[in-house]
Design a protein around this ligand. Structure first.
Ligand code: BDP
Length: 685
């Protein structure tokens, strides 16, 4: 009897272990040591005794080299980390020189941070199959920063992977393994994080919360990651008891000055503030008749003694009847040259709002006397949440490499030639086991970090790296197939959601499904999809040409003329800049209606193709990951069909032309599906 019981206990515990084992792989993000090296490694380092990163470096190396021994004398070391000030490697650069066949490894850096990045780079190169390499690397951007939209109450704005990893119940709380978070970031070079939402709760600056933030900073410091806070411009009034938050008021200035002193006493390496002001109803300097520059510079002066930085967002959005795409440029261009040298203007990649495809924001290149940086979005607010496979590196590269024609620079160059450089993205993390809600969504976090370090990497290179570190024993053929799906995935999403420059057709507040018909009685038309697509019996598209809102004027020649002329305008932006009749003919002889339908259907066909390709990988990928992606692709296909059908059936009411394929849903079914909320059910933590 006793024995039998014992037997049962063992069986149960083994069974419960199985799902745990399979989850562990994605819980570790891309930090798996699938194959450890047998090489005997004697490790010598001359890192300064107080270098916090030394322990991290040792742990990472000991985790990979099974026979790892730390030694005190340099001569006998076949692995050395040497801090050498003469090498001109900068504060974060490193040089690598290794040969796994000869069992010699050398990382040289000027700083412990450089040695840390060198260590991660070495492990990445080896895991990706390199046996020898000599190279020098320095990051392109100084500040490589994640923006978490986490709220003190524990929720995450536009988060699709559970709750906040930082907060619970209005307190700082560690709801995930922060060491894994820090390792993941450091491994790709991310060196900064804004832990709270840009729609900032003034409470974030309360002394009690700051004590919690100090704990976060301590956990991240060994990984060379600095903490920043998004702050609410009316904090002096909201938590300081002042009557005003006017940036030119003496008491307000004192309040911020003292707050900064308090912060830096707790967190000496605190990064600075991120500010969303006078946008979407948030307070800001304009409430007091001041400018963005007045507000930003006041904060900059309070941070300056501590080398802190202000990231001031150019995402200013107040529906006011004009063309929303023009607003940021109109508000910020007159202020060019008026910002302090520790202010950097954070600009979303597109002029509207993280859409599947937008032209670049015309502020890039135009603001010549102001430091600027890009803000991308990793969380897939407008791209199918964490259910759609949508590898964003292709989208980000399209943006970074776009020629602005200002000083002959592409977009990334306009953000690099300045004293302070930075690159940011809204994170997709949450408390879910796999951090991002979908293993494929992890690749976007990875890709952001790698591009922030080196924007010249190609999406394919990055995909290959990530695949090798994520999928166990992956062979080259399988790797090629996965990367092929990844590389084509974003275009597929654009096709089945918003082709030809259409934008913001998604649900009014949750931004999930298709809602081109959306109108909310009493709500302003210019927040709504119909404002953006302007479909009517006479055609579709937003006229931003010189005969319309003239947003084209904000671009430098020859872009301005190119975008302005429907014959020259790139097809992918045609309905962004032009309102065209349904029977408008493209040069290939197809009408606008046919072309639109063709794109919508192509997007769906692509997802079917992804499914077919994925099926060929069945025996090449561990079952848990194979199944996860298969399940998600089913959802994606269904939602792609929903998007396609909802849009073409609605637009058909105006075009009155035939749809050249069979739809799966009726328009009514598409509308009803929005209310089923099955998404909400699926995402339960
Ligand atoms: C929009 C989001 C909203 C954010 C805003 C922003 O829908 O939740 O607060 O961007 O970036 O895309 O400030």
């Amino acid at each position: 009897m006793k024995l039998k019981n014992y037997f049962i206990v063992i069986t149960v515990s083994l069974l419960t272990l199985l799902p745990f084992l399979s989850a562990a792989q994605t819980e570790n993000l891309w930090l798996n040591n699938f194959v450890q090296s047998d090489l005997a490694v004697n490790f010598y380092s001359n890192l300064p005794a107080d270098a916090l990163s030394e322990k991290v470096i040792e742990k990472e190396l000991a985790g990979y080299f099974k026979n790892f021994k730390k030694i005190k004398k340099p001569n006998s070391a076949n692995f050395s980390i040497v801090i050498d000030q003469k090498q001109n490697l900068g504060s974060e650069g490193f040089s690598l020189d290794f040969n796994t066949e000869k069992n010699t490894f050398k990382i040289t850096a000027e700083t412990p941070a450089g040695a840390l990045y060198g260590t991660y780079a070495l492990l990445r190169e080896i895991k990706n199959g390199k046996t020898q390499l000599v190279k020098i690397e320095k990051p392109k951007y100084q500040i490589r920063i994640l923006n978490h939209w986490d709220n003190p109450d524990g929720s995450v704005e536009r988060g699709y992977a559970g709750k906040s990893i930082w907060f619970d119940n209005n307190q700082v709380a560690f709801r995930k393994d922060i060491e894994t978070y820090a390792r993941a970031n450091a491994s790709v070079g991310i060196n900064a994080t804004v832990i709270d939402n840009v729609n900032a709760d003034p409470k974030i600056l309360s002394t009690e919360t700051l004590l919690g933030v100090k704990q976060i900073a301590e956990k991240l410091r060994p990984y060379n990651i600095k903490v920043y806070l998004a702050v609410n411009f009316s904090s002096p009034t909201a938590i300081g008891g002042l009557k005003t938050s006017d940036p030119l008021d003496k008491d307000v200035i004192n309040w911020w000055t003292n707050k900064c002193k308090e912060i830096y006493t707790l967190i000496p390496d605190f990064g600075g503030f991120l500010v969303k002001a006078n946008s979407e109803g948030l307070p800001g300097p304009m409430d007091f008749g001041r400018t963005h520059a007045d507000g930003a510079n006041m904060l900059a002066k309070a941070l300056k003694p501590f080398n802190g930085v202000v990231m001031w967002r150019a995402f200013v959005y107040n529906p006011q009847g004009g063309d929303r795409a023009k607003q940021a440029y109109d508000e910020f261009m007159p202020l060019d040259g008026k910002f302090d040298d520790n202010v950097i203007i954070q600009i979303k990649n597109g002029p509207i709002d993280f859409q599947p495809r937008e032209p670049f924001s015309p502020l890039f290149g135009a603001m010549k006397k102001t430091q600027i940086m890009a803000e991308l979005q990793i969380t897939q607010e407008y791209l199918g949440y964490s259910d759609h496979l949508c590898y964003l590196a292709t989208m980000w590269k399209e943006f970074l490499d776009y020629p602005t024609f200002h000083n002959n620079q592409d977009v990334k160059e306009t953000t690099l030639n300045q004293k302070l450089t930075a690159f940011s993205a809204v994170a997709n993390t949450g408390t879910m086991k796999n951090w991002c809600g979908y293993v494929m969504a992890q690749s976007n976090w990875y890709a952001f970090g790698r591009l922030a370090w080196n924007p010249d990497l190609t999406p394919k290179q990055i995909a290959y790296e990530w695949i090798h570190q994520t999928f166990k024993n992956i062979n080259e053929d399988a790797c090629e197939k996965i990367s092929h799906i990844m590389i084509n995935s974003r275009e597929a999403v654009v096709d089945y959601m918003t082709p030809l420059g259409l934008h913001h057709l998604m649900g009014w507040s949750d931004h999930w499904g298709p809602e081109p018909w959306c109108a909310i009685p009493g709500a302003r038309e210019d927040w709504m999809p119909r404002y953006y697509h302007k479909a009517s019996n006479d055609g579709i598209g937003f006229n931003r040409s010189s005969t319309g809102s003239n947003a084209v004027e904000q671009y430098q020649e020859p872009l301005k003329s190119t975008f302005n002329n429907p014959q020259l305008c790139p097809k992918e932006f045609i309905l962004w800049f032009h309102h065209l009749p349904w029977d408008y003919y493209f040069s290939d002889g197809k009408t606008l209606w046919e072309t639109l339908c063709c794109h919508y259907n192509k997007g769906v066909k692509q997802v079917e193709k992804f499914q077919d390709d994925w099926k060929t990988l069945k025996d090449k990928i561990e079952p848990n990951l194979y199944n996860e992606v298969s399940e998600k692709l089913k959802i994606q296909l269904d939602e792609a069909q929903w998007w396609r059908d909802g849009c073409v059936l609605y637009f058909q009411e105006f075009s009155k032309m035939e749809i050249p394929f069979k739809t799966k849903y009726t328009l009514q079914q598409c509308k009803d599906k929005l209310r089923t909320k099955d998404y909400v059910e699926r995402q339960k933590d």
